[in-house]
Design a binder for this molecule. Structure first.
Ligand code: HEC
Ligand code: HEC
Length: 224
């Protein structure tokens, strides 16, 4: 049997890309993961079969994100509080009921994503290696001043988004292991008042273009 503390250490090491036991504790009893798996079939062409995101970073990685956050965003898309044209047809009531939201959020939060390619030895052929590589999320280093990004992040963002960008349960999303292009668009949307963020006047509006670039550079190394 795995001792509780050993499991906790293991889970702590694999967060943010794997759901932690604490996160799983938020999943309601009424959420059916098996049904969520069926629903996710329509999401996979954009968000990737492993929840790793895609479209060169247009489609965010979803795997392992906090359950409460996933639910809140899907409800916000549905209520048109968060406007996004590609998501529109998939979040109308006919396609995604509130029960579906619980189910698919539970499935996604439990998806596990690797950030490092396992050592497969020398005798594995190129095709198998390629298939394995597609399941691994690696964020390329974004341009910008990583040190300056870290300093700004530690001061203004870490208390909610986590010391290493891992997010904070139950609701604050991780910023580590997320695609740069997607995050960049979120900054544009938040600065243009098109996306909500807590206390925007204090946290978001003061960010200069350089600040955003430096933050993106810092986020891009957090999954290494
Ligand atoms: C046609 C492509 C497409 C499909 C299919 C799609 N999405 Fe998305 N999704 C997007 C895009 C693009 C965004 C980013 C929106 C933005 O820039 O604000 C997004 C964002 C999201 C987010 C917010 C992530 C975050 O970090 O805030 C969630 C959650 C999500 N999608 C879940 C789903 C689920 C669940 C399904 C299936 C029921 C689905 N999506 C189907 C394109 C798609
Ligand atoms: C008080 C807590 C708090 C602080 C401090 C905070 N955030 Fe957030 N952040 C949130 C929450 C909550 C959301 C989700 C908002 C929503 O519901 O759409 C979020 C969302 C985001 C997103 C979008 C993530 C996604 O997956 O779409 C980005 C990017 C972001 N924050 C950047 C920052 C940066 C940069 C700072 C520091 C300058 C910061 N935040 C400080 C709570 C916080």
């Amino acid at each position: 049997m795995v001792r509780g503390w050993a499991l906790a250490v293991l889970l702590a090491l694999t967060w943010p890309l794997d759901a932690t036991a604490e996160n799983q504790a938020y999943i309601e009893d009424e959420a059916y993961i098996e049904d969520g798996k069926d629903i996710y079939v329509v999401c996979a062409p954009c968000h990737g079969p492993e929840g790793q995101g895609g479209g060169g970073g247009d489609y965010p990685r979803l795997a392992g994100m906090p359950y409460e956050y996933l639910k809140s965003q899907l409800r916000a898309f549905k209520a048109r509080e968060r406007i996004n044209i590609p998501m529109f047809p998939f979040t109308v009531e006919r396609e995604l009921t509130d029960q579906d939201i619980l189910d698919v959020s539970a499935y996604i939060t439990e998806m596990e994503l690797q950030t490092r390619l396992a050592d497969m030895g020398e005798h594995v052929d190129g095709y198998v290696r390629l298939l394995a590589a597609k399941k691994v999320l690696q964020i390329p280093r974004a341009p910008g001043d990583v040190e300056a990004g870290k300093a700004l992040y530690d001061e203004a963002c870490a208390r909610c988004h986590g010391a290493n960008g891992e997010g904070r349960l139950p609701h604050d999303p991780p910023l580590a292991g997320q695609h740069t292009k997607y995050l960049k668009k979120q900054f544009t949307d938040m600065l243009g008042d098109e996306r909500l963020h807590p206390r925007p006047g204090k946290l978001i509006e003061p960010l200069s273009a350089d600040d955003v670039q430096n933050l993106l550079a810092y986020f891009s190394i957090l999954d290494d």
